[in-house]
Design a protein around this ligand. Structure first.
Ligand SMILES: [Zn+2]
Length: 264
């Protein structure tokens, strides 16, 4: 077994030898990964992420900061670390985490993201404690720069998909990925994704049942593969789609939809 420091405990992340395989797919893009050490104890370093990507045949990962201590104004310190890693690792796609409490800093982070070739921004209204109204000024600049928005959604306050509906409507050319598909509000997320061609769903950390429900109701065309490592296991998240979808449709989720959204 290969081990790496990842998850909550040292060496909690194991890859059984039977799972180690070379590329099964043309491409797998993981739309949701964190690097760093969270205040909640979860952590992931670069070597363990690269090891997992190699082991499970993931070609590219969209990477952004975790909920770390001293992130700097609007995550400036941690976004800069992501920028340094992305520069060295062509299989990582940069994504800047933004905190709209400091708008001036958030605008600066969008500028930096564009300068560094990042393709996305991440908004986490639950852990960074903001609502759609506070984030409103950011969207014009995000849209003008063709960045995609990865939005944490869930049943928690400020995270209901419908609270953000206004932005999906007024920025039809900007792609939005609803991370965790609204959790307990997955039915609401499905309806919104079906009605808006620029809204996609990420099923990371969701149960097998909910993932199946989303694929059935919204369709594989509206779902992007996302692991949310270190909060889930890359192999486990890949398996859900291998069990749920025929091979031809797996490609939509593993790469085709993401390539379009990331304008690759
Ligand atoms: Zn996450």
């Amino acid at each position: 077994m290969a081990n790496a420091e990842c998850g909550i405990f040292k060496k909690s992340f194991r890859i059984p030898n039977s799972e180690l395989r070379t590329r099964l797919y043309r491409m797998i893009i993981d739309f949701h990964t964190h690097l760093g050490r969270s205040r909640d104890g979860a952590r992931q370093d670069l070597p363990s992420m690269l090891l997992a990507m190699r082991a499970f045949g993931v070609t590219k990962s969209v990477v952004f900061p975790i909920d770390e201590k001293n992130p700097g104004p609007s995550y400036a310190r941690l976004n800069a670390r992501i920028a340094r890693l992305v520069k060295r690792q062509p299989n990582l796609i940069g994504c800047a985490r933004l905190d709209p409490h400091d708008l001036k800093a958030a605008f600066h982070e969008i500028e930096e993201a564009v300068r560094c070739g990042f393709r996305a921004v991440k908004l986490h209204p639950r852990s960074d404690r903001f609502n759609a109204h506070l984030a409103r000024p950011l969207f014009d600049m995000i849209a003008v720069n063709d960045l995609c928005v990865i939005l944490h959604t869930g049943h928690e306050p400020n995270c209901h998909p419908r609270e953000w509906l206004h932005f999906f409507k007024i920025h039809p050319k900007t792609f939005f990925v609803l991370a965790h598909s609204g959790k307990d509000f997955f039915r609401e997320a499905i309806e919104i994704a079906k009605r808006h061609r620029n809204v996609y769903l990420d099923t990371s950390t969701l149960s097998y049942y909910r993932t199946a429900f989303i694929l059935k109701k919204a369709g594989a065309k509206k779902v992007v593969f996302a692991s949310d490592i270190p909060y889930s296991h890359l192999g486990l998240e890949i398996k859900k789609f291998q069990y749920l979808l025929p091979r031809a449709k797996q490609n939509l989720v593993f790469s085709d939809n993401a390539e379009r959204i990331l304008r690759m």
